[in-house]
Design a protein around this ligand. Sequence first.
Ligand SMILES: [Zn+2]
Length: 143
Amino acid sequence: VPLEPYPESKSAAVTAVMRANRKTDSGPEVRLRSELHRRGVRFRKNLLIRLGSLNVRPDIVFTPQRVAVFVDGCFWHRCPEHGVQPKSNVSYWSAKLDRNVRRDHLVTSALTEAGWRSVRVWEHQGVDEAADEVMNAVQVSDA
Ligand SMILES: [Zn+2]
């Protein structure tokens, strides 16, 4: 089977949607930020953190507590419950998703080395549960 070039047609449309999603706020991020606001904690969104050669832009950042929060999409980050194996352009998507997961691990360990605490929540998690996890991390770091 020849290697797929950059996918066209249907996949190109999907890619465009996903690219737009990445730039703007996705639903679960917005819901989590609103809930954290409601709980009265202050945070920055999309703050760039430079870790050597690695630039990281977590969805939510608590600067004084050094807590970085990522809301991971089930498809893009291969959620064990909802991550599906792509059925078309398999080699393209598998490689891309593998890269995402590797980067997630890289980012988490780079943050840890730099003294940050990472919180990764899945987009499928309820907003209350996600907010609880974030609050726990922030309060531990406050203590
Ligand atoms: Zn999921």
